[in-house]
Write a protein that binds this ligand. Sequence first.
Ligand SMILES: Cc1cc2nc3c(=O)[nH]c(=O)nc-3n(C[C@H](O)[C@H](O)[C@H](O)COP(=O)(O)OP(=O)(O)OC[C@H]3O[C@@H](n4cnc5c(N)ncnc54)[C@H](O)[C@@H]3O)c2cc1C
Length: 340
Amino acid sequence: MVAPDQVTIACADNAVQNGARIFLNTAVIGLDVEGGRITGVRTNRGRLRGRVVINAAGVWADRVAELADDRFYTIHPRKGVMAITDRSTGDLQRRSLGMMWIRRPGRTKGGGVSRTIEGNLLLGPTADEVPDREDHGTSCEELEALLHRHMPLNAQLRPDQIIAYFAGVRAVTFEEDFVVEESRRVANLIHVAGIQSPGLTAAPAIAEDVRDLVVAMLRREVQVRARPEFDPCRKSPPSLSGLTLEERHRLILRNPAYGRIVCRCEEVSEGEVVAAIGSPLPATTVSAVKHRTRTGMGRCQGGFCTPSVLKLIAREMAVPATRVTWQGGDSLMLAGETGE
Ligand SMILES: Cc1cc2nc3c(=O)[nH]c(=O)nc-3n(C[C@H](O)[C@H](O)[C@H](O)COP(=O)(O)OP(=O)(O)OC[C@H]3O[C@@H](n4cnc5c(N)ncnc54)[C@H](O)[C@@H]3O)c2cc1C
């Protein structure tokens, strides 16, 4: 069992520590193809160049393939709604309870009730074909269907233990299979598309395949050697809630910011928020801090800690609080100063 966001964050930090550059809030809007190869990747923030281009654009992968005139698969969005319970329910269930979907094999593994590593219980997901690739909303009907189907799996669960609902969209190909291969039309393009569930589980194996494809592609043009200085380990910052009282005491003596609690539901300290903001891939939005530290993931869903997180981001980034966003772009958290 893994925490998907923590795995992704750890990989991103490790990549940056090893010299990778990550451009967030950067959308690919065009590909320049000359002589059968991509010579430039046009984005909303300028043009990028690379010897190899990997198209791993999730639900948009077929559209990105089309930008290189290489759309040999289509993506069909399949939405999944999930519900998550308060951490206090973690003791009600130790293992995952699966609901095999026998009548409609292929569309989903069936979902069920599973325990996260943090101790919440996850109900779902549902599986419905939707026209909108970014349909992350949840409706009453979807929630009722979710509860009706999955909640009876654990007789001790009650609807009032649920603290949040959310939805994701799977990137499904017509063949219901992953596309992990070199383009047959564009010499330096690799497709990693249609990575629907269980794409997270398969990610380490997919990564090894992609590494081999990239190395083979590069070797047609240049010499490729392993970098001896590559460090595959990333040391995670301390998480107060996972420490014993003795360990907390030692940490707070070293850095008193770990003694100031920002999120009471999840026991997240100022020290953790500051560490997240200063990480190799800095967490500079309220949502990024949430995913790194779990601020706002408890029962109050950020009602108490959001203003404190916002102030800490503004302080550490030396920007006015009115410039802090939820998730980049124009998702500003505050409308302006009071009285303006
Ligand atoms: C409800 C649900 C339940 C799931 N359950 C499981 C499970 O139990 N086990 C499991 O193993 N997997 C599960 N999965 C699947 C797993 O989440 C996916 O396989 C995985 O996230 C796919 O990763 P990806 O990198 O291919 O795509 P994504 O995570 O979607 O990443 C694609 C990225 O490309 C970016 N992008 C798109 N277009 C552009 C563009 N034009 N320019 C720049 N960037 C762009 C997007 O912003 C996004 O960041 C589930 C998925 C859902 C939705």
